[in-house]
Design a protein around this ligand. Structure first.
Ligand code: CAO
Length: 495
């Protein structure tokens, strides 16, 4: 609440006040004077710089303890028109950073994910709750005349509009860039689309389509098998992350220009950005085989495009997934093992192959490349005698890079992830306690507190009166106008 009050104070000054202009002039003068003092005694120069912050127009450093000076995006208000996964991940990150995110949902229905993959009858699904924490929900029928008026007010009162509708849907609501920019020139309009401008720009896109079109699927899986999609939602959550970055940059640029801009993150582009190393390899192919791919060691010729590399390590340090004790019954009893060159001798000693340290067929990285299959099979004979955690315990002190294949069950129960706030348990009025992923980015002066996702329309009245300035009577009229509620079903249909 305090943050919201503060946001009002700092919101969009149309004209610079004379007091502010005077202060800015004084600050410029003081910076100039401070710069002159560079040659003067250090103490005097430091004091002068302290008086004007750091000399770059920033305020003086806060004297409040770290973590108690508000949040990074305090004062930023977001009109969140997102649904499903890609857009909501973006706005949830902004909310974690302190933005006031107002999720606009269709009356009676809401974000379609509220009802998808439901595990608790009648309650919002985990699909929805895990992507919409820290937000407020208002229901508005964007096609109702009063709904349009409320949206216009929201556009005037917000800094950013985020949407991931199918191409053209926002325009069909009458919310074109031209209209929004005219209504609030400071507004940033941020969109996720499947594709950028080009032959596919009008296509609807879901996660796996983006993984396929962005180059991930053709390079994932085993050479002998079909292309594979990954469990990581690089098309949806990955693009949401890209969009959040674009929004924060646009907010920063707005500090100088005073105007908003359009921000587009296409899912195909986001996926390609995340698998740029494969585009690197595509170009390397023109100059010879990719020697770190195990197919090289197996003598299988390369084709024209980057092949699927199974579990080969992406970089120049060969790695593979190896069985550990219990693999016969536990599908996750595996470890990723990297034969990093600087620790090769330690690996040889650990697995009982000290002779490989001096054997010319094994002693150097180039000599090992054609023998990787045999090397990993030998290391696996050793890892199979240990659990994945025992392998970790033995390798880590020797600086051998290894990582256990952790199941989602193990991650959900991991105390250290809970201690850092990466896995968080939240309470919910209709579904009870659930686990969610907290802010994966930790900041020393903007500490995230994860709160539950809102119920559909939970904050409609609050937003109408406290954010948009409607009086209590007018708000009550709006609530019965049909702009914020679902149309009543005809009796026969309802029965
Ligand atoms: N009031 C009234 N109407 C509303 C509304 C509201 N509050 N909110 C949404 N609508 C309407 C839209 O106006 C649109 O109507 P029209 O098509 O008649 O103009 C309609 O709801 C549905 O929008 P949509 O086409 O975006 O939804 P969809 O379920 O058919 O498609 C998706 C979903 C994800 C394929 C599509 O939105 C898309 O391609 N988005 C961009 C890419 C993306 O983000 N994909 C990630 C999806 S997560 O895997």
């Amino acid at each position: 609440m305090a943050a919201r009050k503060a946001s009002k104070k700092t919101r969009k000054p149309v004209k610079k006040s004379p007091v502010k202009a005077k202060a800015a002039k004084a600050a410029r003068k003081a910076v100039k004077a401070a710069r002159k003092l560079v040659a003067a005694p250090k103490k005097a120069a430091t004091a002068a710089l302290k008086a004007v912050g750091n000399g770059h127009g920033l305020p003086k450093p806060s004297s409040k303890p770290f973590g108690q000076a508000g949040k990074a995006l305090d004062g930023v208000r977001v009109l969140d028109f997102t649904h499903v996964q890609s857009g909501p991940t973006c706005t949830q990150l902004l909310a974690y950073m302190g933005a006031d995110v107002i999720k606009v949902e269709r009356p009676g229905v809401g974000d379609i994910t509220r009802g998808q993959l439901r595990d608790v009858p009648g309650a919002d699904s985990l699909y929805f709750t895990m992507l919409n924490g820290n937000k407020r929900s208002i229901t508005i029928d964007s096609k109702h005349p009063k709904g349009k008026e409320i949206l216009e007010r929201l556009i005037r009162h917000c800094d950013v509009l985020v949407e991931n509708f199918a191409p053209g849907a926002l325009d069909r609501m009458g919310l074109t860039w031209e209209y929004i920019h005219k209504t609030n020139p400071r507004m940033i309009v941020a969109s996720v689309k499947g594709f950028g401008p080009g032959p596919y720009e009008d296509c609807k896109v879901y996660e796996n389509i983006a993984q396929c079109a962005g180059g991930s699927a053709s390079t994932t899986g085993f050479r002998e098998g079909p292309p594979l999609v990954t469990g990581s939602q690089i098309g949806d959550s990955g693009t949401g992350l890209h969009l959040a970055f674009g929004i924060v940059c646009a907010l920063h640029q707005r500090n100088r220009t005073g105007r908003g801009q359009k921000v587009l993150a296409a899912m195909q582009d986001g996926v390609l950005n995340l698998c740029r190393v494969k585009l690197r390899d595509q170009q390397r192919l023109a100059h010879g085989p990719l020697k770190e791919y195990s197919q090289y060691g197996e003598g299988v010729p390369f084709g024209k495009a980057v092949p699927r590399a199974g579990n080969d390590s992406g970089g120049g340090q060969p790695g593979w997934i190896l069985k550990c004790k219990g693999w016969e019954s536990d599908p996750d009893a595996y470890i990723y093992f990297i034969t990093q060159a600087p620790v090769w001798e330690k690996i040889c000693d650990l697995i009982g192959k000290p002779e490989w340290k001096t054997d010319p067929d094994y002693a150097t990285p180039p000599a090992r490349l054609p023998r990787l299959k045999h090397i990993f099979a030998t290391i696996e004979q050793w890892t199979m005698t240990k659990t994945k955690f025992e392998v970790m315990e033995l390798c880590n002190p020797l600086d051998i890079p290894v990582g256990p294949i952790l199941s989602m069950k193990e991650i959900a129960e991991d105390d250290s992830l809970r201690a850092t706030g990466t896995v968080v348990e939240v309470d919910h009025p209709t579904r009870g306690r659930y686990l969610t992923v907290g802010n994966p980015v930790k900041m020393s002066d903007s500490v995230t507190e994860v709160t539950r996702s809102p119920l559909l329309g939970e904050h409609t009245e609050e937003i109408l009166t406290k954010v948009l300035g409607y009086g209590a009577k007018e708000a009550a009229e709006i609530m019965t106008s049909g702009a914020t509620t679902a149309p009543e079903k005809p009796k026969a249909a309802a029965a």
